[in-house]
Design a protein around this ligand. Structure first.
Ligand SMILES: *Cc1c(COP(=O)(O)O)cnc(C)c1O
Ligand SMILES: [Zn+2]
Length: 474
């Protein structure tokens, strides 16, 4: 134990923050609270001197920790990989057993997507303690917040970030949570968590993009620690989703990772994970990355696939971005989709996401609400289930398969970002609503029918009628 402790102290010296812009590259200490480069305004990375950190480059080292899972840091699916995100000392780590997730070989869903049997896998991040992948990043950011002595932490949220922050605050009693939500859609499962965990919940008259802007201003003004994914420590925790995917595939690299894209923190962190694993020699090839927008919140798709914006070694064409965002302003276009977790038009991690797409030879697609809800129904029939935004990954995989970009023999991992019970309203509406009322009830446009609806059968309270109905429909 003493030996482990000494090693971790060395780790901390090997970590720093660095501006991602190649012409700037300003460095900041690990103990500094700067959510962006205060010289050029770009995003920051958490970076490591791997040699100094002494990070083991043999998977068995990490695998062996599972045998010592009586220790909370070994049990956690994040901190089991501590040496691959060595910015914190163990006494600051805040863990509630996050990251106990399942990679399911989903043969039923595989048929729907058009893959060969055995080649489609679903990574169930809904199994995290607050029910979404956000716990991966929150455990890391919260740990950093704790290590710098923060008293309050805040986020803007479409729901899951706030649920996760509120949970870490409540369970650790280390900080007060302040959450900003827009006045539009927030799934009740998520809102109920924030309220029950006792977070100060500020509902502003505006959408997520408005809330995101305000929370940054408020954090600056009041010195509150910001835990949105603009915070580079969040992304360190989210890298471990990829480590666990690899672990469950026996450390074999799949051909594709398919992930929904909202604020683009997840996709950015996956890219960073693969860049680092390749550097360390823990993998010898890199999977391709597919990021799926909702059609009603398709900024990344539009800029990457239609307007040709690329990472370009960090020299991103800002003019194209600016004119796109100007168009959004002029036309007053707001994000709108049933997949509320990705209802975002101004993704804060856009630059890092381009870097990930560049490194992983990525593609971007957009899925309609119809495609998302039908895919969600199929994931549900296949078992476990997910919330609408998560199903964008499966809808996207199906699309890429139809376009011949994914081959049926490829090994594909779709990330299911959030739990089925987060948004029961969408699920029940899909299965019970009459077709002509569908859009009205769901508050969306363009969903023509619930292709895989499972309707409740209404019968009178009579044994004969019940038996007749079961024989008829069963
Ligand atoms: C936050 C969230 C997303 C979007 O992830 P980003 O990292 O912001 O792109 C997708 N699905 C669910 C369920 C989420 O909670
Ligand atoms: Zn900079």
């Amino acid at each position: 134990m003493l030996q482990e402790r000494v090693q971790f102290l060395i780790f901390r010296d090997a970590a720093y923050q660095q501006c991602i812009h190649p012409d700037c590259g300003a460095q900041f200490g690990i103990e500094q609270v700067v959510t962006g480069c205060n010289i050029c305004g770009s995003l920051l990375d958490v970076k490591y001197d791997w040699n100094q950190a002494g990070t083991p480059t043999d998977w068995s080292y990490y695998q062996n920790k599972w045998g010592r899972r009586y220790a909370p840091l070994n049990f956690s699916g994040i901190w089991r990989f501590h040496e691959l995100l060595p910015f914190a000392t163990p006494e600051h780590v805040v863990t509630v057993g996050e990251g106990q997730t399942l990679l399911q070989q989903a043969d039923f869903v595989s048929k729907y997507v058009g893959m060969d049997t055995g080649n489609l896998f679903l990574q169930y991040e809904g199994m995290n303690p607050s029910g979404s992948f956000k716990d991966n990043g929150m455990s890391a950011a919260f740990t950093h917040a704790h290590s710098v002595g923060a008293q309050r932490a805040a986020c803007a949220s479409t729901g899951n970030t706030s649920a996760s922050l509120a949970m870490y605050c409540a369970v650790s009693q280390l900080m007060k949570a302040v959450i900003f939500i827009g006045s539009g859609k927030i799934a009740y499962g998520k809102l109920s968590q924030a309220l029950e965990y006792g977070a100060l919940t500020v509902q502003i008259a505006g959408d997520f993009d408005d809330a995101m802007k305000r929370v940054q201003e408020v954090c600056r003004e009041l010195g509150i620690y910001l835990v949105n994914s603009i915070n580079p420590f969040r992304l360190e925790g989210q890298k471990t989703i990829m480590f666990r995917v690899l672990e469950q595939l026996g450390w074999e690299v799949p051909d594709w990772i398919v992930v929904p894209g909202g604020n683009l923190g997840n996709s950015s962190s996956f890219g960073k994970a693969f860049i680092e694993l390749k550097q360390l020699g823990l993998i010898d090839r890199v999977p391709r990355l597919a990021i799926i927008n909702a059609a009603g919140a398709d900024t990344l798709y539009e800029l990457y696939e239609n307007r040709g914006v690329r990472w370009n070694g960090g020299h991103i064409d800002r003019n194209v971005l600016q004119s796109y965002y100007d168009e959004l302003d002029t036309s007053n276009k707001k994000a709108s989709t049933i997949a509320s977790a990705i209802e975002i038009n101004r993704p804060v991690n856009f630059d890092k996401c381009l870097r990930a797409l560049d490194f992983c030879d990525g593609v971007v697609r957009k899925a309609t609400d119809q495609q998302i809800l039908d895919a969600k129904a199929k994931v549900g029939i296949g078992g476990i289930g997910c919330e609408p935004a998560s199903a964008a990954s499966v809808a996207g995989a199906k699309m890429l398969r139809e376009q011949g970009i994914i081959a049926s023999s490829d090994r594909v991992v779709c990330i299911l970002t959030g739990h089925q019970l987060k948004d029961p309203t969408a699920t029940v509406a899909y299965h019970t609503t009459d077709q002509d009322k569908f859009n009205e009830v769901l508050g969306v446009r363009g969903v023509s029918r619930a292709n895989f609806a499972n309707r409740a059968v209404a019968v009178s309270n009579s044994l004969d009628e019940i038996i007749k109905a079961i024989k008829l429909y069963g």
